[in-house]
Design a binder for this molecule. Structure first.
Ligand code: ADP
Ligand code: MG
Ligand code: MG
Length: 484
């Protein structure tokens, strides 16, 4: 039985009349302020449609919210230090790269560049650490930390404003002002990009966004571009996929400058490149390597990318590992507090034990590969099937096992574009669970951290019946925390 009850921000359900009026206003506000994406079923560059969003802000307890906000700069530093510890990265990923070709490719780039060919020592990290509340006393626990193509800093910022508007419209001005916290994630990320651009110290140089061949989550990406233009008008931004760069014959200049369409690139910002689809041929991998060898500042550099893998997360959760990276015991304790159990599946005693645990009690765990972007994990009875079938095979070392978190339920209304939910003309009050994300920015090299900030937050909400909730995939919805 849950000891964690979350009261809704206002009395529910709304009357039919109030609901209809609020939904109409909410959809228009959201669309007109950019809570939108391109349609997957009917892609058209002249149109965007509503990105799934909750009508109301979901409740979130204030103390755990502040706990993880305040720990973010320590996590930023932790990722930075891990990324600069070759021995730790190598030993953590050793077994994984034998089984997982994607991580092996990244690792190969890392080794190639960092042994012989490093021309840019500074990395830019735009990070997001994600959390679920766990039923047991509402403790907050880290799900993962993202170091590559971290999304929704822009739309999360807008969603906080959207929920203030909705509560005000419903007559709750005081709650809107006091219980929906300020959110500056977009400006925070853009200032990080500009900070890196300034470090490059060439006023003619541009920022290159590496994007998918087709971008659905266009609004979130473009808002970064528009915000940078506002904050620093002289920076030019271009968008290319790795495949575009291959066909354009990108080269390095005499001082290893990355040159695209005759322009020098100061900062490369990956909004793609974490997924297999970004590398349809070896040529895209060659391009990733070329970029890594260049003098451009990468967000993320390949070592930041590797530091964000699930396998590294699992290595960090082992006893006394944090002590190696964090200077004081208090910081170690704060980070330890938000970790949950993570287990290796390597061929050793611990790995054998984890395989047995997963097979015997699959509902207590989540089985995770080294992938990003949602939809890759294994849950419930399937954990048994998967673990049994890979028990004797190297394949299992590409995965980790994690304690399953069971977050408390609450109620909310989901709004979606009609096209995504043709049968859903009536908006129903649903049982939902929420995942909090905290955004962090870090810039530095192996000697020095030059910028380290916590910059904002996001809440992502899904139906309680779903194991996972990708927003662009249409299963989850953007949300913002209502602090209680
Ligand atoms: P990705 O990098 O693909 O986003 P995540 O580790 O965030 O991978 O997992 C995807 C989703 O799976 C999360 O957003 C969350 O909904 C669910 N999930 C992941 N880990 C757990 C866990 N330990 N307990 C419960 N749900 C989890
Ligand atoms: Mg992730
Ligand atoms: Mg995730």
């Amino acid at each position: 039985m849950s000891t964690c009850q979350l009261e809704p921000c206002i009395e529910l359900p709304l009357s039919e009349e109030k609901l209809k009026e609020s939904v109409d206003k909410a959809k228009d506000w959201a669309l007109m302020h950019g809570i939108s994406m391109r349609s997957k079923t009917n892609f058209n560059k002249d149109q965007v449609q509503l990105l799934p969003v909750t009508l109301l802000p979901s409740s979130f307890p204030k103390n755990p919210f502040l706990t993880v906000k305040n720990v973010q700069t320590i996590l930023n530093e932790l990722i930075h230090k891990v990324a600069h510890d070759k021995e730790f990265l190598t030993s953590s990923l050793k077994s994984t790269i034998q089984a997982d070709p994607f991580t092996a490719k990244l690792f190969h780039i890392y080794e190639t560049v960092y042994e012989k060919d490093l021309s840019q020592s500074i990395s830019l990290g735009l990070l997001r650490s994600d959390y679920l509340l766990h039923d047991d006393d509402c403790k907050i626990k880290q799900v993962e930390i993202n170091t590559v193509a971290t999304s929704f800093a822009a739309l999360a910022t807008i969603t906080s404003e959207y929920h203030k508007y909705i509560l005000e419209e419903l007559g709750y001005r005081k709650k809107a002002c006091e219980q929906i916290p300020e959110n500056n994630a977009l400006i925070g990320f853009c200032k990080g990009l500009i900070f890196a651009w300034e470090l490059y110290n060439n006023s003619e140089a541009i920022i290159l966004f590496i994007v998918e061949d087709i971008t659905y989550n266009i609004s979130d990406q473009r808002f970064h571009e528009f915000q940078i233009r506002q904050l620093c008008p002289k920076i030019k931004i271009i968008r290319k996929s790795l495949t575009n760069l291959v066909s354009e014959g990108v080269k390095l200049g005499p001082n290893k400058e990355l040159i695209v369409s005759n322009m020098v690139v100061a900062v490369v910002y990956y909004r793609s490149g974490y997924e297999l689809e970004a590398y349809p041929t070896e040529k895209e991998w060659d391009m990733r390597l070329l970029i890594e060898r260049s003098r451009a500042i990468k967000c993320p550099s390949v070592q930041y990318h590797l530091a964000g893998t699930k396998k590294v997360q699992q290595s960090l959760a082992q006893p006394s590992v944090l002590k190696k990276f964090l200077k004081d015991d208090a910081s170690v304790a704060r980070v330890q507090e938000i970790f949950t159990g993570l287990y290796t599946l390597d061929f050793n005693d611990d790995g054998e034990k984890a395989v047995e645990m997963g097979i015997n009690e699959p509902y207590k765990f989540v089985l995770k590969p080294q992938r990003e972007g949602g939809g890759n994990n294994v849950y419930n009875e399937s954990i048994k099937t998967w673990l049994s079938s890979m028990k004797e095979s190297q394949e299992r070392t590409a995965w980790i096992l994690m304690d399953r978190l069971y977050p408390p339920l609450q109620k909310n209304y989901f709004l979606r574009a009609a096209e995504e939910s043709p049968l859903e003309n009536d908006i129903n009050l649903s049982d939902v669970i929420t995942e909090l994300g905290i955004y962090g920015v870090i810039v530095g090299d192996s000697n020095e951290i030059m910028l380290n900030k916590q910059v904002g937050h996001i809440l992502r909400t899904k139906l309680s019946s779903e194991d996972e909730g990708g927003i662009v995939a249409g299963v989850g919805a953007l949300d913002s925390p209502y602090l209680i």
